[in-house]
Ligand binder design. Structure first.
Ligand code: SF4
Length: 444
């Protein structure tokens, strides 16, 4: 049907997505047709949750899981997927680099309960390619063969590092940057391009890649191999150079009916975040922006999920469409299951905070209702609507409490003193929602 750029979503499914998002069907249809919205679903994969990502929609959140070269415990990663699904991630990515990568990927997909599933095929191409061909002497089409393997398995979206050219890689390594390249996939490709004196394999085979992704209806997520890995490196010519390349590729993909989004930084100070989102949207023609953080400081070790959530909230408010979570273990080690949960909830809070600005009253009903119930000291309601009800209840009951307020102010609670003078706000939710305005402008 003519409603889409690459996605094989049916008209009925499209109406369902519109209902879930609370938007007009025609708006959604045009968004997909123009590349401003993607639906992350491989046509080979059945019973996948319908998750649309893009302009005018709720900001989505992604959780990364996966084995590492030194901690190969697929069952631990399975637990992380289960926790991510339980606490409401929108998508999951497998970043495994240890063990049998095909088996790990298929196992994690199996337990993802239909959550849209992404991968970074560069890792497997590099790891298996080095073993198979000896050193870095990997043929360029091997990188594409691995992509095809992931597509056949039903992977819904993939990071494709096509924006880093050989010239940019060499320039980065000779630059004054604090951290020239911090992307794993980017560093693998940089070594391959320099060792083989050849151009990026994904660029060389770009047209064939487009054919593949169109055939499977899957989403290309153009990787940011040159994202700044230190706030001092943000918005330099390397980051912007890659963004220009990715934007050109994204426009080409949309023109050829392939679903595409672009990945973004990285580390950058607060004042650069809004400009970053606006620049990306302007250069790319408005394809979805998938941001990692951004982390707004480099010194939050152990709390990088908070540093990232601050940047992510601003990015979401400015128009970023999907946030990749960070965990407290970022820059320190592989996350535990509990750290996955913490990182996901931090990212969900950031996404929602952004949506209160970006979507206005469409995102605010829960906030208004919880606030009304807060003034009524309705603890059951508040706790039931929290991101982690068990944690909220644990904190609520950590000291002995004999009255209906909480232990912060006890008997001097404002909501014990004032209710008899207050009017009932429960019937006024719709009126109160108007204070949030209409939300983002529709540009089509
Ligand atoms: S006791 Fe204080 S903190 Fe607790 S609900 Fe009442 S006003 Fe809020």
């Amino acid at each position: 049907m003519a409603t889409k750029a690459g996605s094989d979503i049916s008209d009925e499914e499209l109406r369902e997505v519109a209902r879930i998002e609370g938007i007009d069907y025609e708006y959604l249809r045009r968004g997909i047709a123009t590349g401003r919205i993607v639906v992350a679903r491989n046509s080979r994969r059945h019973r996948v949750k319908l998750v649309a990502i893009g302009e005018g929609l709720r900001t989505k959140v992604n959780v990364n899981v996966g084995t590492s070269g030194t901690v190969v415990n697929p069952e631990l990663e399975v637990e992380k997927v289960r926790v991510a699904v339980k606490y409401g991630t929108d998508t999951i990515m497998d970043l495994s680099t240890g063990g049998n990568l095909d088996e790990v990927r298929r196992r994690l997909m199996d337990v993802s309960e239909g959550t849209p599933f992404g991968t970074v095929p560069t890792y497997q191409a590099w790891i298996e390619g080095v073993a198979k061909f000896g050193g870095t002497n990997i043929p360029s089409d091997w990188f594409i063969q691995v992509v095809e393997r992931h597509l056949r398995d039903g992977v819904d979206f993939m990071t494709i590092h096509a924006g880093i050219t050989r010239e940019l890689a060499v320039k980065a390594l000779r630059s004054e940057r604090i951290a020239p390249i911090v992307s794993r996939g980017g560093s693998m490709l940089a070594v391959w391009m320099i060792e083989n004196n050849d151009e990026n394999p994904y660029l060389k085979h770009w047209d064939y890649l487009l054919e593949l992704f169109r055939e499977y209806g899957a989403v290309i997520s153009l990787g940011d191999a040159l994202r700044p890995g230190a706030t001092a490196d943000a918005h330099d010519d390397l980051q912007i150079g890659e963004l220009v390349n990715n934007s050109r590729l994204a426009r080409d993909a949309v023109a050829k009916g392939v679903q595409v989004m672009i990945e973004g930084p990285g580390h950058m100070t607060l004042d650069k975040v809004v400009a970053d989102v606006k620049l990306m949207k302007s250069l790319s023609g408005g394809v979805p922006y998938y941001v990692l953080g951004p982390l707004v400081t480099d010194i939050a070790l152990g709390y990088d999920h908070i540093a990232a959530a601050i940047g992510a909230a601003i990015a979401a408010a400015a128009g970023a469409d999907i946030i990749c979570y960070l965990t407290p273990s970022e820059h320190l080690g592989l996350p535990s299951v509990e750290q996955v949960k913490e990182g996901l909830i931090a990212a969900k809070i950031a996404a929602h905070a952004g949506d209160l600005v970006k979507l206005g009253k469409r995102a605010a009903r829960e906030d208004v209702e919880v606030s009304i119930r807060r003034a009524m000291l309705d603890w059951d309601y508040q706790i039931s609507r929290s991101y982690d009800p068990e944690r909220a209840l644990r904190i609520r009951t950590q000291f002995q409490q004999s009255i209906s307020s909480c232990t912060m102010c006890g008997q001097f609670c404002v909501f014990l003193l004032l209710p008899r003078y207050m009017k009932d706000r429960k019937p006024e939710v719709d009126k109160l929602l108007n204070r949030y305005g209409e939300g983002c402008e529709l540009r089509w």
